[in-house]
Design a protein around this ligand. Structure first.
Ligand code: C2E
Ligand code: MG
Ligand code: MG
Ligand code: MG
Length: 279
């Protein structure tokens, strides 16, 4: 009897697994076609320099404008893309599209000269195609490498030691590297001087909740980053109180719904905050 029940459980798992794999394959297939047919779009969220109060750069964030589904957020399809090399194709496309957008903005007045941040998956970094993809996107657009920042999530740096070699090679091209979602992984502050990075992006979970010693932690991270010559961006700023605390703690840059949500180029406006130094 126990044996039969056990077999039943195995069959249920089998069925679930088969279903999950089928859903996964369908999503992946649809996503591959979406990329070819131009259904992926980039929205842009302003990142403000908290000293001058001006928007200095934008972060490119992908959405899937999927017929019959509306605008699908990245959390709903990036994980599926990351299960195969599809994420590398997506990353290559995003790099090219974001830099092409910069060159278009450079032709006008309002958006000329902005920096651009592009999110890069750990799998793309590990694939070793990234260096070529970045080189190609830079030369096709003619954008100066120093205007491009690649955002890599913190967990990738821990999981993949050879990633550090890739990051060093990328930095030699002149592009900047940011650690995204800092504070959610296991990087210790002591590791920072050895990491080939330029910017820390403090995860919004630390910015949002003032309790649980987070305010002290944020202050500590900012001062450590500065002592290692790293810039600091706070993500997910939603309230004035959070902004004021970050400014008091000498955070360099900030991003969040308080200033602007990510938006399509046609709807983009560059917000300003009150300058913290006279200018
Ligand atoms: P991320 O790189 O950490 O991007 C920041 C996310 O926080 C974005 O979500 C943004 O809309 C959201 N956000 C910004 N300000 C606020 C705020 O004040 N409050 C709240 N609650 N949220 C805020 P989004 O666009 O849904 O992107 C989610 C994640 O998907 C990104 O997190 C990034 O890890 C990934 N992603 C987005 N675009 C790409 C891409 O082109 N390639 C790759 N590999 N990943 C991407
Ligand atoms: Mg990011
Ligand atoms: Mg982030
Ligand atoms: Mg994130």
């Amino acid at each position: 009897r126990a044996k039969a029940a056990g077999r039943g459980v195995v069959e249920v798992f089998d069925e679930e697994l088969r279903h999950e794999l089928a859903v996964q394959a369908t999503t992946e297939e649809a996503l591959r076609r979406a990329l070819l047919e131009g259904e992926l779009v980039l929205h842009y969220q302003p990142v403000l320099d908290l000293v001058t109060g001006r928007t200095a750069s934008v972060e490119a964030l992908v959405r899937w404008d999927r017929p019959g589904h509306g605008l699908v957020p990245p959390d709903a399809f990036i994980p599926a893309a990351e299960r195969s090399d599809l994420i590398c194709d997506l990353g290559r496309w995003a790099l090219a599209a974001a830099l092409e957008q910069l060159t278009q903005w450079d032709e006008g007045e309002e958006f000329a000269g902005l920096g651009m941040a592009v999110n890069i998956s750990g799998r793309h970094l590990a694939s070793r195609h990234l260096l070529d993809d970045v080189t190609d996107a830079l030369s096709a657009s003619g954008v100066e490498p120093g205007r491009l920042t690649l955002e890599i999530t913190e967990t990738v740096l821990v999981d993949e030691p050879s990633a550090l070699d890739q990051l060093r090679a990328l930095r030699e091209l002149g592009v900047r590297i940011a650690i995204d979602d800092f504070g959610t992984g296991y990087t210790s502050i002591g590791q920072l001087p050895r990491l080939p990075v330029d910017v820390l992006k403090i995860d919004r979970s630390f910015v949002a909740s003032p309790g649980a010693g987070h305010a002290d932690l944020v202050r500590l991270v900012i001062s450590a980053a500065h002592s290692f010559d790293l810039g600091v961006v706070a993500e997910g700023i939603e309230e004035n109180d959070q902004l004021h605390r970050l400014v008091a703690d000498s955070c360099d840059s900030g991003q969040g719904f308080l200033f602007a949500r990510p938006s399509a180029p046609a709807d983009l406006a560059l917000p300003r905050a009150r300058a913290t130094t006279g200018d």
